[in-house]
Design a protein around this ligand. Sequence first.
Ligand code: NDP
Length: 283
Amino acid sequence: MIATILHGKGLAETLRAAARTEIATLTTELGRAPGLAVIQVEGDPASNRYVRSIARLCDGAGARFQLELLPATTSLATLLATIVRLNADPAVDGILIQLPLPAHLDPNAAIMALDYRKDIDGVHPINAGLLAQGRPALVPNTPAGGMALLRHYGVALRGVRAAVVGRSAIVGRPMAQLLTLADATVTLCHSRTTDLGAVLRECELVCVAVGRPGLITAEMIRPGATVIDFGTNVREDGSMVGDVDFASVVEVASAITPVPGGTGPVTNAVLLSNLISAARGLP
Ligand code: NDP
């Protein structure tokens, strides 16, 4: 069997187009464009690229983009004051704190200072708690994008046995909760899981967010399963690979996301959906 490739680019374009239309409506309703503020502490070149891509995304969708660039030596007090100011700014609907922060700045303190209603990355514990309770929440973009991709390709979720590998607050854990909300029966795996292959072979759906190239091999996958790879690992030659050994798993699975070009493109597009929700006052 050769798996269907679940490309994310087409869906990302569709989501961006839908967001553009909705943002135009919102702009009329609000009398201003929805606004996204990104707080970036200088020093990480990868962050510069990401922030530029968010700026382009907002620009293309008609949202207002605002960068709060702080020097690498900035104090926690200055960072928190910036967050508090943006929380109170009625023209700012969404706030994104670009992580990782330099070592001297406590990311948890920054996240706790966020107004959860503007937390479009879904990192605030109130949003995590709302999601855990199955209530409307601002959900982290990567797992929300994974769900959008599954729905787009009509992958059955109700009653299926699903495994999520990786339990981070930003990808694995919320993905497990979203799948549970979609009526899948979910096993959440991590570095201490005994015999990962035996767990995964039971499952019709496997989602992986670990950060280890080639961790998931063909013999760990049930024939005909769907495999979603969130992993983004940059090799020495600069190329990007996922956590799944694509070349072997593609022969066993019925559907699989490529890396790059699978979950990645959808993630950013989902950010716009969260900005729209926040501008509408949800949750
Ligand atoms: P974290 O490092 O926060 O979490 C990694 C998780 O993997 C942990 O729960 C860890 O377990 C688990 N793990 C580590 N080794 C193993 C193993 N051998 N077997 C099973 N589980 C293991 O990573 P993130 O969640 O932030 O990111 C995961 C991947 O997703 C990365 O490649 C990252 O680049 C990518 N990513 C992709 C995005 C996208 O848009 N596609 C966005 C964000 C991240 P334990 O808890 O026990 O330590």
